[in-house]
Design a protein around this ligand. Structure first.
Ligand code: NAD
Length: 481
């Protein structure tokens, strides 16, 4: 494409919200043809994307391009391919990468605030997409991703790899949903994962010279760097991350919702929590109790970033799981302690059944790219949107909350199933870490009602305003995809 034609295409695109549309080459491809994948963002998790696709070499998958806004990361990635005698295109700007018609699929492992825009631009350019969890940084953009995937008939896989535990978690879900343990009383997601202080920076920090910071910030604010480490620690800032609820927790939130079989947002949500035990530059809660009031049974989520007790390394466990899911039913319970296992127990804690096994989530994506059937995906974007949104609505309640004394919190939790018991365990855990919640007050978030059909809150403008980010030009998630 000449510069002039590209300019015209992009100007037209700017007015419609469409970045760039290319005709897909899929229709002309036969099953054995090479499938060219580009990995976008590979500072951490993206490295597993690269190795995941390399393993599928014999299946005709080729990593054909790498994109990262940090030239240090990019050099390292390209050099590794060079050493293997393989050619790979290098890009800093995803928009330039998407102009390459030879790329069939894009695999995104950037920070969260880039997931939606990167995915929407990619499907508009005719590419299939594998996008990391949480798929979105706010509720609204997640729904835009689903719309875009459907409009352009693209395959979009969510990076919740537990969904590929077919002989493990999938079988357990089927067994519970068939009523083998009676009705579900409560599904509990746990994210007991140690998160230490990220330190305190003195004023604005220098951005590493190798990073294109405008691109790194993208749809988020172009703000001073006010934490010591640019990479990874963005998880603990609201502008770019979603706390551990939307980091590790989204995996367990997704499994919990999967057991419930809910395909809508919860009609009611509230949160209790705080960033406790240390003072640092992080903003998100490191300790949280979220209540999703589904009619069938509540989905309760617990985040604990502090250890079992002060000075100890080990983390708490509940019914044998630390990072996991517990499905409590009338006749017993199921424990999911990992991404690939589940065990059912009766009410006397005797084991009834065990399931285990996982398949390759990247291979599942590739198979669906070839079959062109969304149904072949283990974690279609709609599933990713719903589970990510459950993290966001919980965090919205937290962010709208106020610090309250334990008595006021007890007044709230007593009206909800297992609320008091869950809160007492939270209190005990904090006390063991030297946190006295009558002095270090917890934040009690408002009870928010949600209309699952519109994915908007009921009668709360402040909460509604938090469903959507204020995007920064030109990195705007389009209203009309
Ligand atoms: N599925 C899993 O088990 C799993 C595990 C870890 C992380 N993740 C997810 O992967 C994502 C990345 O996490 P991480 O820990 O690797 O973060 P990270 O900060 O360590 O790495 C992100 C990389 O993306 C690059 N980047 C930023 N903006 C970019 C852009 N516009 N284009 C290209 N590159 C860009 C950064 O330079 C960096 O190299 C997160 O969304 C996280 O939740 C998933």
């Amino acid at each position: 494409m000449t510069n002039r034609r590209r300019f015209l295409a992009q100007s037209a695109a700017a007015s419609t919200g469409v970045f760039y549309i290319a005709k897909t080459s899929w229709a002309q491809k036969s099953p054995g043809d090479t499938l060219n994948v580009a990995v976008v963002g590979f500072g951490g998790r993206g490295g597993s994307h690269i190795s995941g696709y390399k393993k599928l070499d014999k299946e005709g998958v080729r990593v054909a391009a790498l994109c990262d806004v940090d030239s240090k990361v990019l050099d390292r990635g390209v050099d590794a391919f060079d050493k293997e005698g393989k050619k790979v295109a290098r890009h800093t700007d995803i928009r330039r990468l998407l102009e390459n018609k030879d790329i069939d699929a894009v695999s995104i492992a950037t920070p969260n605030h880039w997931h939606a825009l990167g995915t929407i631009w990619a499907v508009q350019a005719g590419k299939d997409v594998y996008v990391e969890k949480p798929v979105s940084h706010c509720v609204w953009e997640g729904r835009q991703m689903v719309k875009a995937a459907r409009k352009y008939s693209r395959i979009v896989q969510t990076g919740t790899q537990s969904r590929s535990s077919r002989k493990g978690i999938y079988e357990a879900v089927k067994w519970v949903r068939a009523g083998n343990l009676g009705k579900i009383n409560v599904v509990r997601g746990l994210c007991y994962k140690r998160r230490d202080s990220i330190g305190k920076a003195e004023g604005a920090q220098p951005v590493p010279e190798t990073v294109d910071y405008d691109l790194w910030c993208g749809p988020g604010p172009l703000a001073d760097l006010t934490r010591k480490r640019l990479h990874y620690d963005w998880h603990w800032t609201w502008a770019y991350g979603n706390g551990d609820l939307g980091n590790q927790g989204i995996h367990q939130m997704d499994i919990a919702r999967w057991f419930l079989g809910e395909m809508e947002l919860s009609p009611l949500v509230w949160s209790i929590g705080g960033r406790l035990g240390y003072e640092d530059d992080g903003e998100t809660a490191n300790t949280q109790f979220i209540y999703h009031g589904y009619e069938k049974a509540p989905l309760i989520f617990e985040v604990r970033g502090l250890p079992q007790a002060a000075g100890v390394k080990d983390m708490d466990k509940y019914k044998g799981a630390g990072v996991g899911v517990i499905v409590e039913c009338e006749k017993g319970y199921v424990v999911v302690p990992s991404y690939s296992k589940a065990t059912a127990y009766d009410l006397k804690d005797q084991m009834i059944l065990e399931w285990s096994g996982s398949e390759d989530h990247f291979a599942n994506f590739i198979n669906a790219c070839r079959s062109r059937r969304v149904d072949d995906l283990h974690a279609d974007i709609l599933e990713g949107h719903l589970s990510s949104a459950l993290c966001h609505t919980g965090n919205i309640s937290h962010r709208l909350g106020a610090k309250e004394k334990p008595e006021a919190i007890l007044e709230r939790v007593k009206d909800y199933r297992t609320g008091t018991e869950t809160f007492e365990r939270m209190k005990e855990h904090l006390a063991k870490n030297g946190v006295d919640i009558s002095k270090d007050l917890l934040t009690l978030g408002p009870v928010l009602g949600m209309n699952p059909e519109t994915e908007r809150f009921t009668g709360n403008d402040a909460a509604d305003a938090m469903l959507k980010t204020n995007y920064r030009e030109p990195y705007v998630v389009p209203e009309i995809v």
